[in-house]
Write a protein that binds this ligand. Structure first.
Ligand code: 5AD
Ligand code: SF4
Length: 439
């Protein structure tokens, strides 16, 4: 979401005549896009601001601005109390950036943090650098008010872009050669444009160009409609990958979190999704150590993780956030205990993804080639439809191409293999012995 927002900001600045530098010491303006979802994200930003202020000592004209959710939360502290930055701009005020930069260069400190009920930046062309995968923000804000979450306070109420503007953007991206789009929103499946819902949007986007893959994130289990499941299942270019955060395996904790579903409902939903799409990849988010979480609650969370056989997941220690309802609850699970629980959940998720990944050894997977692997120029990386990262030696292909790779090695996060010509390979879709792994 923040990458997508930074591209919108870059689009606004480019339109105002600014140019980008790769060299931080050349910059006259440094803007930091921030996250406030957990305290450690904010602490990292404070560290960065210290570093940027060192550049300011060398170049007194340098302006420093904070964008995004942390700006919304800490507006006065950052500008007035700490005097660490010249500008603070919330997520709905990016259009004001050129004006604020101008004012700040005349010595005025600028704060623009009003949240809007309508701003969705649909007329701004984001400045994108990547040539294969693009993020498209289709709705902003969140009305769910999970009791642990600061997003409804820092990003405001839900609002959606028009279906037409999203389709138009996808068309433009397809013409520029992009091969994958990810539709983004804090709570993307509650998208609405008049009578059109998220399933209608997904179908329309998928129809733009069948060679362009479509992904989406993040969905709330409550808004995962049958129509949406059917739409994902029936469109080949909609990836069979769903990030479906459960947060906890305990009904009591889910209630305290205001997640509005029970584990029974969630499990039923997952069964429905798997029936409609055998082989679908499912990932989740889990918070450990929410107020009053007992060892019993933790154990049922572990049980759920093992039962769901998630393809992957993100785990977090509960971090109290001001303004949220849970802020008023006693943060009574010790740091140490949170650490142990989150470690156990992470380990359980790893064990499952390792087994699932190893069970793919010997299969041939179709992937979209994205870029060089981080470790070596002689290797490329791509992803399967189910969002698994695959590394393979370069062999004449180029980013944006779909190729088939024989999987030969796997760890819990990555598959490794070599390119094959699937049409001519013996044994259909599976080569060699499938490694037996019990889950
Ligand atoms: N503490 C810990 N994790 C949190 N998340 C959101 N708020 C908090 C918090 N206060 C996690 C949730 C969410 C993900 C984006 O971040 O799991 O799904
Ligand atoms: Fe936060 Fe997601 Fe809940 Fe919205 S649905 S309040 S963004 S955790």
């Amino acid at each position: 979401m923040n990458v997508a927002d930074s591209e919108v900001v870059s689009g606004i600045l480019q339109r105002a005549g600014y140019v980008f530098t790769q060299e931080i010491s050349d910059a006259d303006v440094i803007l930091v896009n921030t996250c406030a979802v957990r305290d450690n994200a904010e602490q990292r930003i404070y560290g960065r601001l210290g570093l940027f202020n060192r550049y300011k000592k060398r170049n007194p004209g340098l302006l420093i601005g904070i964008l995004g959710c942390m700006a919304e939360r800490l507006r006065f502290e950052l500008v007035e109390r700490e005097r660490l930055v010249d500008m603070v701009i919330g997520p709905d005020e990016y259009r004001k950036l050129p004006l604020l930069i101008e004012q700040a260069s005349e010595g005025e400190r600028g704060i623009a943090v009003r949240l809007s009920r309508v701003e969705n930046y649909e007329d701004i062309t984001p400045l994108r650098t990547d040539g294969v995968c693009a993020w498209i923000s289709v709705m902003r804000g969140c009305d769910k008010f999970c009791t642990f979450c600061v997003v409804p306070f820092t990003r405001g109420r839900e609002r959606s872009r028009s279906l037409q503007s999203v389709v138009q953007e996808v068309l433009m991206l397809a013409e520029r050669g992009f091969k994958e789009v990810t539709l983004l929103g804090q709570n993307v499946n509650s998208y609405r444009d008049g009578d059109y819902d998220f399933a209608d949007l997904m179908r329309s986007v998928a129809e733009v160009d069948r060679s362009v893959r479509v992904r989406f994130t993040t969905s709330h289990p409550q808004d995962m409609s049958d129509k949406l499941i059917e739409t994902i299942a029936s469109n080949d270019n909609i990836c069979k990958y769903i990030h479906l955060p459960v947060q906890s395996g305990s009904d009591r904790i889910l209630k305290l979190m205001n997640r509005t579903y029970t584990i029974d409902h969630y499990v039923g939903l997952v069964e429905k999704i798997r029936r409609a799409m055998p082989g679908v990849s499912l990932t989740t988010d889990i918070i450990s150590g929410f107020p009053s979480e007992t060892e019993g609650d933790h154990q049922v969370t572990l049980d759920l993780v093992n039962e769901m056989k998630y393809d992957g997941g993100y785990t977090f220690k509960y971090s109290p956030r001001e303004n949220t309802k849970a802020w008023g609850m006693k943060d009574d699970v010790s740091e140490e205990e949170k650490g142990r629980r989150v470690g156990e959940v992470t380990q359980a998720l790893h064990k499952i993804s390792l087994a699932l990944n190893q069970s793919m050894i010997g299969t041939i997977e179709r992937i979209l080639v994205e870029r060089h692997s981080k470790k070596s120029d002689c290797e490329f990386m791509g992803r399967t439809d189910t969002n698994r990262t695959v590394i393979f030696p370069r062999n004449g292909e180029y980013p944006g191409e779909y190729i088939d790779v024989l999987i030969q090695r796997a760890n819990s996060a990555t598959l490794f293999g070599t390119r094959v010509d699937a049409e001519n390979a013996d044994g259909g879709n599976r080569l060699g012995a499938l490694q037996e792994t019990s889950l």
